[in-house]
Design a protein around this ligand. Sequence first.
Ligand code: SF4
Length: 273
Amino acid sequence: MIEVFKTKNIGFCFGVKRAIKMVIKEAESNDKIYTIGPIIHNPQMVGMLAQKGIKPVMDIKNITDGVIVFRTHGIKKEEEDFVKQRGLKYIDATCPFVKKVRRHAIMLKKMGYKVVIVGEKEHPEVKSVLSYLDNDGIVLQKPEIIDFRKIGVVSQTTLEKEYVLDIVKELLKEAKELRFFNTICDNTWIRKQEASNLAQKVDLMIIVGGKNSSNTTKLYETVKKIQPKTYHIETDEDMDKDWFKGIKRVGITGGASTPDFLIDMVERQVKNF
Ligand code: SF4
């Protein structure tokens, strides 16, 4: 029988747990709840919430009643303004760590720094932070020199410290003054450490999480470098029995937005192979 090992930090992170709890509580007394975009990057959980009447909408202007949920990654400033101007009911489920990125970025701008957000241009968290700067900021995904002397840097919460530091070091080549707020979420780092350690002790690793989840994808990329037999799956149905031929020890971990029930299903299925 295959032995299964899981990382200590598995299942929802603090921010996701908090957001899901908030919406499920609201759903007890309200049957029209909308999230702007998916509340978290996990299609299976978003599907489960939809059955409780919690539905993602892409355009906030289509909402005229019900309760609007500001998702964990944060929403854009213009969306928040729209909700407040219309007097719509809302729940702010933005992760407090994401709000910290925003707070530092706004403060740096007020202090006269050119704000650099290290992160993925298309990630909702980055788009949200940028919008609170009235789009007056620079998003950097790779080391680049920019023509500003006074630079303030924040980072997307789910990035690797080394990756962010490489970009900061490059900025220092031209900057006369640079302030850097380390806004990387510890949870992401801890999960990577635990997964990397586990990957060295097993014959195969399974990373469970949404294919649209940035932190899950990065977790997969990190672990794959250590254990070539690493697979990123969304559910137990994505697994192939052939992967497990001759395998004795399997490690399982998941991204910050992966619910426990998906992990449990994967664990059961692996033990059945
Ligand atoms: S990974 Fe960190 S920043 Fe992102 S939602 Fe979870 S606790 Fe918040």
